[in-house]
Design a protein around this ligand. Structure first.
Ligand code: NAD
Ligand code: GLY
Length: 376
């Protein structure tokens, strides 16, 4: 399936294609991939830097080299970064810049982000910042990257004080999603990506949420058709949101459902031991409970979100940091004032509402919430 991300900028190159299929990277030459690459504006005769991580390079390094040669991109180098969130740092960004400078990459050359969200975010930010912007494409390899991070142009790195605090909106020239690459992904990573899929259903598409309630076991047993379906639906939803609001002036914030508390969880764990999707799963359960607390949604809605999260094997209990630690971590998030934070809340499955909430109110809810009974 091909999905267009149309950015409505009245410019000639105002959008890009997301191609979702089996075997894009490892299945040999294919006309549809060639068409997407040729309309992307990439100069395939220019030089390319493939940025990837150790595990992906070990599994698919040869496949990605053949893939590039199949489409006439013969002049490329591969840069392998360590696995894990700690790679999204100023140090590794600087290493990428050094490599581009030392090899005299020019504006007509390009970067390929080949990996999960960590690689997509840092490689995209390197592309955004080198020579004030060179072309790049996303070739995601995790479910999370397929359904969320590879689409929409949010690029960046973490700061020791907070997640994704340094970054840019910078769109790729194409997104090539090879569903076959998911077969080597750890179950925990698959489930991690599934959290972002639940997010789309929970606040934007009740029908999709109902499909996930019935079909989650198929997805989580790596059924290719089910995976393809959820990736297609998620990318379609995200493309529509990004088309309306590329730079998160309004609507796009809906994609942060679960992220206010989720980012705080990640920050408090210093980005170790908890994964992004796991953290936002906890955040979604919290946001749903908060929605009920202020009378926005029913107990039934809270239960359905909590049940799908738990049934998928995602965590839902708030880890045992103090409420004050959560508030302090949330204050480091983007889009907060001293006293308030803009929360994405759920009105009913598939329906959202934005509310500015006082930190004092969230603090008292964190203290009283029955969710806290499970504190470790
Ligand atoms: P990740 O990139 O760290 O990948 C997870 C692990 O899976 C890594 O160890 C990696 O080596 C391994 N891996 C990747 N592909 C594999 C494959 N096909 N087979 C086997 N192993 C494979 O994690 P992630 O969950 O993909 O991404 C998380 C990051 O994405 C976070 O930094 C988060 O902030 C970011 N993110 C960004 C956006 C955005 O819009 N830019 C959206 C959501 C999340
Ligand atoms: N992952 C949220 C966004 O892309 O806006």
């Amino acid at each position: 399936m091909k999905i267009r991300v149309d950015l409505n900028l009245n410019a000639k190159d105002n959008g890009y294609d997301i191609l979702i299929d089996s075997g894009i990277v490892s299945g040999g030459y294919n006309k549809e991939t060639a068409a997407v690459l040729s309309s992307s504006g990439l100069n395939l005769k220019g030089r390319a830097l493939v940025i990837t991580c150790k595990t992906v390079n070990g599994l698919y390094g040869n496949a990605v080299s053949s893939f590039l040669k199949n489409y006439g991109a013969d002049d490329f180098a591969v840069m392998v970064l360590p696995d894990g969130e700690a790679t999204k740092s100023l140090g590794y960004l600087s290493d990428i810049h050094d490599r581009l400078v030392e090899n005299r990459f020019e504006r007509s050359d390009f970067i390929i982000a080949f990996g999960g969200g960590v690689i997509g975010d840092i490689a995209g930010f390197a592309a955004a910042t080198y020579l004030r912007g060179i072309n790049f494409i996303q070739v995601p390899t995790t479910l999370l990257a397929d359904v969320d991070s590879s689409v929409g142009g949010k690029t960046g790195i973490d700061h020791p004080k907070g997640k994704n605090l340094i970054g840019a909106f910078y769109q790729p020239k194409a997104v090539l999603i090879d569903v076959d690459l998911l077969k080597t992904l750890d179950k925990r990573e698959l489930i991690n990506g599934f959290a972002e899929v639940i997010k789309y259903g929970a606040v934007l598409d009740a029908g999709f949420f109902a499909y996930l309630e019935k079909g989650y076991e198929k997805v989580l047993s790596y059924d290719k058709d089910a995976l393809t379906h959820i990736i297609e639906r998620s990318c379609s939803i995200k493309a529509e949101v990004v088309k309306e609001d590329e730079k998160e002036a309004g609507l796009r914030s809906v994609l942060n459902f679960g992220h206010s508390l989720g980012h705080a969880v990640e920050t408090l764990y210093n980005y170790e031991s908890v994964k992004h999707g796991e953290a936002i799963a906890i955040g979604m359960v919290f946001a749903a409970a908060l929605s009920k607390k202020i009378g926005l949604c029913s107990e039934e809605t809270v239960k359905r979100i909590g049940n799908l999260i738990k049934n998928s094997g995602l965590p839902s209990d708030i880890p045992g940091f103090t409420p004050e630690q959560y508030i302090n971590a949330m204050k480091l998030d983007k889009k907060v004032s001293e006293k308030q934070i803009k929360f994405v809340l759920v009105k009913d499955i598939g329906k959202y509402e934005f509310r500015k909430l006082d930190f004092d109110f969230i603090l008292s809810f964190l203290k009283e919430s029955s969710l806290n009974e499970n504190r470790k």
